[in-house]
Design a protein around this ligand. Structure first.
Ligand code: PLP
Length: 233
């Protein structure tokens, strides 16, 4: 059962987020439709996720493979992005569960996911490379130089569609402090794509506290949880 009041509340939150994305896009001379809203539903109960889909959310993000596996059957029609770290022993389940894996952070993981995608006839599976732009020891992701060095091997892996890059910004007191991180990811994307255009242009960056700055800096995907579903418990 979908609670109509819950659906209405999420629809209003979605409209507000989309309006903010559109305003930020226009400030940067971009088209609002070039920014995709990934609704991060981690910890949100399945019934509320269904209300969110009924409210018009079409792309969902989860950071745990098993949580998404449990929710996915209840949420037909949505596309699912993995936005949390992927352990190699969960790679098979992740390939079965997600439409996009945003958190590929090593050559070994990329090769494994590609192999499984071919085997399960999910190829080419869309992936992003997560970059640890700020060299934050608490975060996973590629060191930018290491990603650049690995790119020739990465583009040779079968079964993957290399859509682009993703980053998780530092916790900042003010949204504008996240700008250098987002700008650095965009610069890295441009440099890598100049070396090999088989890497796509997607830039997944920006969350509830800083998605407008990310859009101004070129985000193609923003990953928004709390502004849509409310504070997490
Ligand atoms: C939780 C999470 C988000 C969403 O964060 P909010 O602050 O709720 O918008 C985005 N990206 C990743 C990787 C996350 O883990």
């Amino acid at each position: 059962m979908i609670d109509p009041a819950e659906r209405e509340a999420i629809a209003r939150a979605r409209d507000a987020v989309l309006a903010r994305i559109a305003a930020a896009a226009r400030r940067a001379d971009r088209e609002p439709r070039d920014v995709e809203l990934v609704a991060v539903s981690k910890t949100v109960p399945p019934e509320r996720v269904r209300a969110g889909i009924a409210a018009g959310l079409t792309v969902l993000g989860e950071n745990r493979v098993q949580e998404a596996e449990a929710k996915r059957p209840l949420a037909a029609g949505a596309r699912w992005h993995l936005v949390g770290p992927l352990q190699s022993n969960k790679a098979r389940l992740a390939v079965e569960t997600f439409d996009v894996i945003e958190t590929i952070d090593s050559l070994e993981l990329a090769a494994r996911v590609g192999r499984i995608a071919v085997e399960l006839r999910r190829a080419p599976l869309a992936v992003l490379f997560q970059v640890n732009v700020d060299a934050d020891p608490a975060k996973s992701g590629w060191d930018p130089g290491a990603l650049e060095a690995a790119l020739p091997a990465l583009v040779g892996i079968d079964g993957l569609r290399l859509d682009g890059l993703m980053t998780v910004g530092r916790q900042v007191a003010a949204a504008d402090e996240a700008r250098p991180t987002f700008r650095a990811l965009r610069d890295l994307s441009e440099r890598l794509r100049a070396a090999d255009p088989r890497l796509g242009p997607a830039l997944s960056m920006g969350m509830t506290d800083d998605f407008e700055v990310a859009v101004e800096e070129g985000a193609s995907h923003v990953r928004v949880g709390r502004a849509l579903f409310g504070e997490r418990r």
